[in-house]
Design a protein around this ligand. Structure first.
Ligand SMILES: O=P(O)(O)O[C@H]1[C@H](O)[C@@H](O)[C@H](O)[C@@H](O)[C@@H]1O
Ligand SMILES: [Mg+2]
Ligand SMILES: [Mg+2]
Length: 283
């Protein structure tokens, strides 16, 4: 059976590879760092350039498609997930890593139709690993199939998380309280790659059992969420409900038991949703 979106997915893979080349070259040069929502929410000209390169190339081939791009939203574009074919782009996931040359940086391209992710592409550019997933057809890294870990015991698990860019002391207290609870289960270890997309690809690869975070955005999650679920993993809200792409909260785990155990240990809070300012969105 022909795949309606195969052409788009092929384009996403080639755009991500091209973007990765730009990112690698930029790492050899001086990087001018700017800030967005706070002094620790960083952006560079490379983030902006890569996003524009991807969007332009998609517009030429798929002129009716829509976009949610991290840097376009930062520049004032609306963040709307409609039923239309929508490219959800994080040009550099791990900008802080990129700025510091910490070697985990990804280009993330998700594609949704009817608010459902149809394919996801995460290119870990410094490792040269191309993670891909097509809904119903599995997840792959450089063409090899991915499978989540079969570990059932959280006490024998590694859990990934991030600290984000919110430095409100009340939020930081909640982050540390959750981290303390999970560490003291006890688990084998806690890890942070510095990029949500790569953390989730590590879950899909079976290297870590779960990843959780509050505060990242739809562009961090869209592509990798499908890579996790197509590798056999589960996605859940941090309070145990269904995963919501726009809620800025996620647990991605190898199985439901581990996801639920993590959810029981998290001190949850609710940042403003990605679609909070969208027309018709709940206040
Ligand atoms: O590097 P970014 O694209 O800004 O994504 C970051 C995100 O902003 C931050 O909240 C998460 O903790 C990181 O894991 C993301 O990858
Ligand atoms: Mg990101
Ligand atoms: Mg980014």
């Amino acid at each position: 059976m022909t795949d309606l979106w195969q052409d788009a997915m092929d384009h996403a893979v080639s755009a991500a590879r091209g973007a990765g080349q730009v990112v690698r070259e930029a790492l050899l040069e001086d990087r001018m760092v700017m800030v967005k929502s706070s002094s620790v929410d960083l952006v560079t000209q490379t983030d902006q350039k890569v996003e524009q390169l991807i969007i332009q190339s998609v517009k030429e081939k798929f002129p009716t498609h829509r976009f949610i791009g991290e840097e376009s939203v930062a520049a004032g574009e609306p963040c709307v997930l409609s039923d239309e074919p929508t490219w959800i782009i994080d040009p550099i996931d791990g900008t802080t890593n990129f700025v510091h040359r910490f070697p985990f940086v990804a280009v993330s391209i998700g594609f949704s139709v009817n608010k459902q992710v149809e394919f996801g592409v995460v290119y870990s550019c410094l490792e040269d690993k191309m993670f891909t997933a097509r809904r119903g057809r599995g997840s792959f890294c450089n063409g090899d199939p991915l499978q989540v870990s079969d570990q059932k015991a959280i006490k024998q698990s590694i859990i990934a998380t991030e600290f984000g860019s919110d430095r409100d002391p009340e939020v930081v207290d909640k982050i540390f309280s959750s981290l303390r609870n999970i560490l003291c289960i006890p688990v084998h270890g806690i890890r942070s790659a510095g990029t949500a997309a790569i953390n989730m690809c590590l879950v899909a690869s079976g290297c870590v059992e779960a990843y959780y975070e509050i505060g990242m955005h739809v562009w961090d999650l869209a592509a990798a969420s499908l890579i996790v679920s197509e590798a056999g993993g589960v996605l859940m809200d941090v309070e145990g409900g269904p995963f919501d792409l726009m809620s800025r909260r996620v647990i991605a785990a190898n199985n439901r038991t581990i996801a639920e155990r993590i959810s029981g240990e998290i001190q949850a809070y609710a940042p403003a949703r990605d679609d909070a300012a969208a027309p018709g969105a709940d206040p």
